[in-house]
Design a protein around this ligand. Structure first.
Ligand SMILES: [Zn+2]
Length: 416
């Protein structure tokens, strides 16, 4: 394998032009995008992507979940391909870069290799995963989840949107339900470029995030049973205030997360008190504690302590309490060699970089279960994402794609 020069770079202007072209499809109401999964706009975006891939000489594949695969042949056609990709679907009030950068950055890599007439031993495949966002059809990362064996395809097809339309039917209606068995493809490696969707890289002044882990998540729903009573005429010692018990438990949630600083986080984003009336002491509180950490042992410790501390608070206040685990997934540790390829690429190119833990879920988190995987992140302004005002600079986009190019080429091996 010949050496990769530090002057090997993508065409940043062409990448940016493609991002802006794609953003014209399914425009939002405030400068961003509304190109939700398996809509007519999604189909239009797919056609544009496919036309670009064909113009770059790729052969196209489509599986039964609508995942698209654009393949650039390798010198050894029997070698397992190196995959790159992300998603072209957006939130209803989404940005122009979330997911799209990873797909069009992958395409830009192929265009660059074509320009420079560089051949690789392994084929390179650019992927567009269907329904990453999970807005119209929960859950998020639906099709990469089927690909990696987390969900069955029949279950995925039966997901319904707010209008009662099934995912499988809508995928067929827009013309992107393929024949290929989902998950049958084997990958030599998978790389995903994505905007950070958080504020760390920009605050630290770094151009590249080398993603080492994805955070795991645990949701525990807690129900505290107190007693509804009048806020004015119930003497303080006689109250069974479920809202107060919840507040005390939430203070413990903060302590528990902080005890595992800096990477663990905890909060309750969902809170209901009953009857939720200004002059009634809450007789019941139902809330969901969300704990996240890149380490499974930390998540398990936080869950266990929540139950002990919560029970103690309820006992002390003379109330009943119930705990129910209602969701979660294990933390992700990305492949050592793929992560090293990303870090080496940033070094070779002279881009400032730091290790990052992904706080959000990504297709790469599921693909990591079936192939050696890593992620590259680039900054986004103020960490803002899932918002039409999401913004990145052309320089950040180019730097992230340069790193993706080098990591992919190192893994796919240049043929002299
Ligand atoms: Zn995304």
């Amino acid at each position: 394998m010949s050496a990769i020069g530090e002057n090997l770079k993508i065409n940043g202007e062409r990448l940016w032009d493609s991002l802006m072209e794609m953003a014209k499809i399914g425009p939002g109401v405030a400068g961003g995008n509304n190109r939700q999964t398996v809509t007519d706009e999604d189909s239009e975006g797919r056609h544009l992507f496919e036309s670009w891939c064909k113009a770059a000489g790729c052969t196209m594949g489509l599986d039964q979940m609508g995942n698209m695969f654009a393949r650039r042949e390798g010198a050894d056609p029997d070698a397992l391909p190196v995959y790159v990709g992300s998603h072209l679907d957006t939130q209803p009030t989404g940005g122009k870069y979330d997911g799209v950068l990873g797909v069009l950055g992958g395409l830009e890599i192929l265009r660059t290799l074509n320009d420079l007439d560089i051949r690789t031993k392994h084929p390179i495949v650019v992927t567009n995963f269907t329904n990453e966002e999970g807005t119209r059809y929960a859950p998020a990362m639906l099709s990469s989840g089927v690909f990696a064996g987390l969900h069955t395809q029949d279950w995925a097809y039966d997901r319904v949107d707010a209008d009662g339309k099934k995912f499988g039917d809508e995928l067929k209606r827009i013309g992107w339900r393929g024949d290929e068995e989902t998950g049958a493809r084997k990958m030599h490696a998978f790389f995903e470029l994505h905007i950070e969707q958080g504020p760390i890289l920009e605050a630290e002044g770094k151009e590249i995030g080398v993603v080492t882990h994805g955070q795991g998540l645990s949701w525990t729903q807690i129900t505290v049973h107190g007693k509804d009573s009048h806020t004015g005429s119930t003497p303080m010692p006689m109250r069974k205030n479920a809202g107060l018990a919840m507040a005390r438990i939430l203070a413990k949630v903060e302590d528990i997360a902080l005890s595992h600083a800096p990477h663990a986080v905890g909060a309750a984003g969902h809170i209901d008190v009953y009857p939720n009336s200004r002059n009634v002491i809450p007789g019941k509180a139902v809330f969901t504690v969300d704990f996240r950490s890149p380490e499974l042992a930390v998540i398990e410790d936080m869950e266990a302590r929540l139950r002990v501390e919560g029970q103690a608070i309820a006992d002390q206040m003379g109330m009943e309490i119930e705990f129910e685990k209602v969701g979660g997934f294990d933390p992700v540790t990305f492949d050592e060699n793929c992560v090293a390829a990303v870090r080496n690429a940033a070094e070779r190119l002279g881009y400032s970089h730091m290790n990052l833990i992904s706080g959000a879920g990504h297709d790469a988190c599921w693909i990591n279960r079936v192939a050696p995987t890593a992620m590259v992140m680039c900054p986004c302004v103020d960490g803002l994402s899932h918002n039409e005002a999401e913004e990145i600079s052309p320089e950040w986009a180019a730097a992230g794609t340069d790193v993706l190019l080098h990591a992919v080429v190192e893994t796919a091996e240049i043929v002299a």
